[in-house]
Design a protein around this ligand. Structure first.
Ligand code: SF4
Ligand code: SF4
Ligand code: F3S
Length: 365
């Protein structure tokens, strides 16, 4: 294996063997066949690093923080070795006119070939005046940069779906990238913030195969968003046994029991947190003792009910589309309906427990 990426990694003390191991792990995370690891390593090693223009719009910098907290030498740490990051105003040394010049040069020199990463939503209110860079609105900058892009990565729930800025009452008129750009391939990597290794996987796929990986109906890479948090959660055996923490400091919580009754949205949230984790595989929300908020689903903030179990009848489950109402949600809905028949008044105020669900044989397995 030879090439610019290998040279860079070698200078950082990463051996070819370690690089091959990373690629094999990455291929396995992306559900590619075992032989894909070597093919991926060879393609990535030889590939010219693609020019990347990264535009941060109406955002909190959490997405940037998430990626820059990916430590080398790790798989996610390879992100910045795989690309030529030609513009990212938070990270670049240049400022003002120099930064603007760098952006324009990157677009001109790589017309039609660069990858555009966007984090943050785009505000349309007051002609886009809520968020401007160099005197130009985000919508203006996005439309210009999108024209010459080979593909766009909408990183984080703000860019992918509007995120928290779009939450009711959406004072700035925030929208997502795909609300505005209709003529370019767009891949959504939602999460608030997103997982760094997902970005590595998407870039590795792009460098290896020259295209974006297969996406689900919400524009997310299926390899990482194909299953729910609940499908891969290490607390799942407790769910299956009906062992639930009732408060955040009871004996069940201390024993690491399931957080379903404390509002965990894992059963209806598609993301890879349970397997990829954060900070070099250190932990993830459920492992830290807090239920999943559903942050990688559209409109998760408005869906709210973060501390109400999914089965509470009052929970609108707004972000659960008809297609995803399977498993727990279906069980919950049927359970609630059945219980409502028994006692509408009672059902309106009580929480469906696993025992209820199991009795009615509608529990997702
Ligand atoms: Fe911040 Fe979350 Fe939006 Fe990223 S997705 S910019 S972390 S609010
Ligand atoms: Fe894990 Fe939440 Fe599912 Fe319980 S409900 S198994 S804590 S994802
Ligand atoms: Fe978000 Fe849930 Fe993962 S809150 S970070 S999708 S565990």
């Amino acid at each position: 294996m030879q090439g610019p990426l290998i040279d860079t990694l070698t200078r950082q003390g990463i051996t070819r063997r370690t690089f091959l191991k990373y690629c094999t792990t990455l291929a396995s995370m992306m559900a590619l066949p075992p032989t894909a690891g070597r093919a991926m390593a060879e393609a990535m090693a030889a590939a010219k690093r693609p020019s990347v223009i990264w535009l941060p719009f109406q955002e909190c910098t959490g997405c940037t923080e998430s990626l820059t907290r990916s430590h080398s030498p790790t798989i996610e740490g390879m992100i910045f070795d795989m690309i030529s990051l030609d513009y990212q105003e938070t990270l670049m040394a240049a400022a003002g006119f120099q930064a603007e010049e760098a952006l324009h040069n990157a677009m001109k020199d790589n017309m039609g070939k660069y990858l555009l990463i966007v984090d943050g939503s785009i505000p349309l209110g007051v002609n886009g005046a809520y968020s401007c860079i160099g005197g130009r609105s985000n919508v203006d900058l996005l439309q210009e940069a999108a024209q010459g892009a080979a593909a766009i990565i909408a990183m984080g729930s703000c860019a992918a779906y509007g995120g928290i800025p779009k939450a009711n009452p959406n004072p700035t008129g925030a929208v997502s990238v795909s609300d505005l750009v209709k003529d370019k391939p767009i891949i959504n990597i939602p999460g608030c913030p997103p997982i760094p290794v997902v970005m590595t996987g998407v870039l590795a796929h792009y460098l290896t195969f020259g295209n974006l990986p297969e996406l689900d109906d919400k524009g997310r890479p299926k390899a990482f968003f194909g299953e729910t948090i609940h499908d891969r959660c290490y607390r799942r055996p407790f769910y299956d046994q009906g062992k639930f923490a009732k408060t955040f400091d009871d004996e069940g919580a201390r024993q690491g029991w399931c957080l379903f009754e404390l509002g965990c949205k894992g059963p209806v949230t598609y993301n890879a947190c349970a397997t990829e984790k954060w900070n070099g595989g250190t932990s993830w929300p459920v492992e830290s003792g807090h239920g999943c908020l559903g942050c990688s689903e559209p409109d998760f903030w408005d869906a709210g009910s973060f501390y109400k179990p999914l089965s509470t009848p009052a929970d609108p489950l707004k972000f659960v589309s008809a297609a995803t109402v399977v498993g727990a949600a279906a069980g919950v809905a049927i359970s609630v309906a059945n219980r409502a028949k028994k006692s509408a008044a009672k059902a309106a105020h009580e929480t469906t427990t696993l025992a209820d669900l199991q009795k009615e044989s509608e529990v997702p397995k």
